[in-house]
Design a binder for this molecule. Structure first.
Ligand code: NAP
Ligand code: 3JN
Length: 340
């Protein structure tokens, strides 16, 4: 990295993702000259720590971005739609975690291990989009296979932690679990059904085609990141009673044959991937192991014996880190190093 330092803003700093972004900037020693922590008017005056300093949270307004070089947004789609162009017009580059800009043809959608070259297109609108967490971990694991032998079709079922819904959902799982093990009544505010001791095949809203929006994000974002509109992706996204870490059962049909042992050899060397696959010793990716670190864990790699060119695998990653904050800070690192 160059010696240059940058003025940073974090919009949504009090949230689950925003908090982790602040941590990632510190952990990865990002060259920060100054940092502004932004949230809604509800949080004004709250203090958050950055490298030992207690910083006051400020209200996100149209004036917030003057003098800012890079703004990391995780304050929801509506806030991004309104404030990203304002931030960009004051000369800063926005890295946005919401779905608001992901499918905009003039906004690059970036996973650094897969398509870092796309960052160059930030100049079109001054905005770079961070993909959905479930898409990120899937493409990190599948891209080396796509490069080697092509992928025709992906069938994925997700097992997503409640932290993907934000701080209120983390509290809801905790409160419902405590109520149930004490034989007390539980409250339900975030999800339409009880999440404690349950799995909900419902993430984001239902669309006219019967899929959820989360499921369609996995199709559309995968195609954009892999720059291939012919890949078929069919997803079932499921919320499970886990606090941190998303897992995915993934089945792929490749264009050319590849053996399970060659997939293991490829993934052993793949950027951002940790091969966790030793079934003789009951070793495979677990959400509890994926949480708190930045690698995408892949295991249970085996031939799909029902078709000629099929592979099955199980993937786990930290949805708040690699699925959101770490990926955004990795993008900021490349931007800072190569473009600013
Ligand atoms: P969260 O814990 O509920 O936090 C929401 C944050 O947004 C808080 O800081 C909140 O501030 C702020 N905010 C809400 N409305 C605002 C407004 N009108 N003006 C300014 N700030 C506002 O949610 P989260 O889990 O961190 O997620 C935040 C967003 O990140 C999501 O909506 C989503 O777009 C994105 N996200 C992306 C992924 C991914 O897959 N890449 C994963 C999770 C989330 P207050 O505390 O003041 O209310
Ligand atoms: O539910 C999850 O596990 C991931 C959630 C992501 C999310 C939550 C609220 C709004 C998103 C997203 O990143 O796709 C959005 C959004 O559409 O911006």
């Amino acid at each position: 990295m160059s010696e240059k330092k940058f003025n940073i803003a974090v919009a949504g700093a009090t949230g689950a993702v925003g908090n982790q972004m602040i941590e990632c900037l510190k952990e990865r020693n990002f060259p920060v000259k100054s940092i502004k922590l932004l949230a809604s008017s509800r949080s004004v005056g709250r203090k958050l720590r950055f490298k030992g300093d207690a910083l006051s949270v400020e209200e996100l307004t149209e004036e917030s971005f003057k003098g800012v070089d890079i703004a990391l947004f995780s304050a929801g789609g509506g806030t991004s739609l309104k404030f990203s162009p304002i931030a960009a017009s004051s000369g800063c580059v926005v890295i946005d975690n919401s779905s608001a800009w992901r499918m905009d043809a003039d906004v690059p959608l970036v996973v650094p291990e897969v398509n870092p070259h796309a960052i160059a297109d930030y100049k079109k609108k001054g905005i770079i989009a961070n993909p959905n967490c479930s898409t990120i971990q899937m493409v990190v694991a599948l891209n080396p296979i796509r490069k080697k032998c092509g992928i025709k079709r992906i069938v994925v079922s997700t097992y997503q932690a409640v932290s993907g819904t934000g701080k209120k959902a983390i509290d809801e799982l905790f409160d419902q679990t405590r109520a149930m093990i004490n034989f007390l009544d539980y409250k339900k505010n975030v999800y339409p059904h009880r999440i404690a001791f349950n799995c909900l095949p419902h993430i984001d809203v239902f669309l006219d085609n019967g899929y959820t929006k989360e499921e369609m994000k996995m199709l559309n974002e995968t195609r954009k990141i892999m720059e291939d509109n012919t890949i078929g992706v069919t997803a079932t996204t499921v919320r499970v009673p886990v606090f941190f870490g998303h897992a995915e059962s993934v089945n792929i049909e490749t264009q050319e044959y590849i053996s399970a042992s060659d997939v293991k050899a490829l993934l052993e060397k793949a950027p951002g991937v940790k091969l966790v696959d030793d079934i003789k010793n009951n070793i495979y990716p677990l959400q509890t192991d994926a949480a708190g670190q930045d690698l995408t864990m892949v295991g249970r790699i085996r031939q799909d014996e029902s078709i000629p060119n099929g592979i099955n695998m199980w993937i786990a990653a930290d949805n708040i880190r690699k699925g959101a904050a770490t990926n955004a800070v990795q993008i900021a690192e490349i931007l800072a190093d190569k473009y600013l």
